[in-house]
Design a binder for this molecule. Structure first.
Ligand code: VGL
Ligand code: ZN
Length: 223
């Protein structure tokens, strides 16, 4: 029953974890045992993604004079179509290519994944989703995530990792829209904004798109 089922571990990287991450998510490191447990299950495909930005990525507040990380919003126009825009939060520089902050964390048994895919490499656009930026015509070489799932014949996807309210959420919503039976295992994720209101809003947004939010003890994981 696992033959068409994949696991995606999103952005489990140093910069998203305490104590030294530049965009550390509270308790981000604490989900490592949960994720390592999931890696022992017989998924047909296990993928890890990395947020992997050029040093001058558009999402860095430092690229926008006067902007404040976590607070300022910035509207990005599709490089391919000026009628498509994306409004997004600006961040401290993070996950810069070939820096320690971009490394997958040591505690994550990443040797057990089949593939590591990089995203966020085009400095002109933000791409929370592993499927690519939210524009109809992708402006860039994509991470390859969608193609790899298709090639493996996957129909069902479990999404975990960091952060619940950004890259996990957007990857899961895109997966559901692409027709995958999609689950987020909430206790194998952590959010940037851990207030109950924000968590509820993220859950609702995902559920609206057809994503199911489950926990590690779900029957869905004892197929
Ligand atoms: C992420 C903020 C900026 C994430 C990536 O992986 O959730 N969040 N870049
Ligand atoms: Zn990023």
């Amino acid at each position: 029953m696992w033959s068409k089922v994949a696991l995606a571990v999103i952005d489990f990287q140093e910069d998203f974890c305490p104590p030294n991450g530049s965009l550390a998510v509270n308790d981000g490191r604490s989900i490592a045992p949960a994720i390592n447990h999931l890696l022992s299950l017989p998924f047909a495909l296990k993928v890890a993604t990395r947020d992997y930005h050029p040093v001058d990525h558009i999402s860095f507040a430092t690229q926008h004079p006067g902007a404040q990380p976590f607070v300022s919003q910035h509207t990005i126009t599709s490089p391919e179509n000026k009628d498509e825009t994306q409004t997004t939060t600006l961040w401290p520089p993070h996950c810069v290519q070939r820096t320690k902050g971009a490394d997958l964390i040591q505690e994550f048994e990443s040797s057990k994944v089949d593939l590591i895919l990089d995203k966020g490499q085009d400095k002109r656009v933000e791409s929370y989703s592993a499927f690519g930026p939210p524009f109809r015509k992708p402006p860039v070489a994509m991470s390859g995530f969608g193609t790899k799932l298709k090639d493996a014949g996957v129909t069902k996807l479990f999404v975990v990792g960091l952060a619940f309210d950004f890259c996990v959420k957007h990857t899961a919503i895109d997966a559901a829209r692409e027709g995958y039976e999609t689950y987020v295992i909430e206790d194998a994720t952590k959010a940037v904004d851990q207030s109950e209101n924000a968590l509820a809003a993220s859950r609702a947004e995902m559920e609206q798109a057809g994503v199911k939010i489950i926990h590690l003890d779900s029957d869905e994981l004892t197929m």
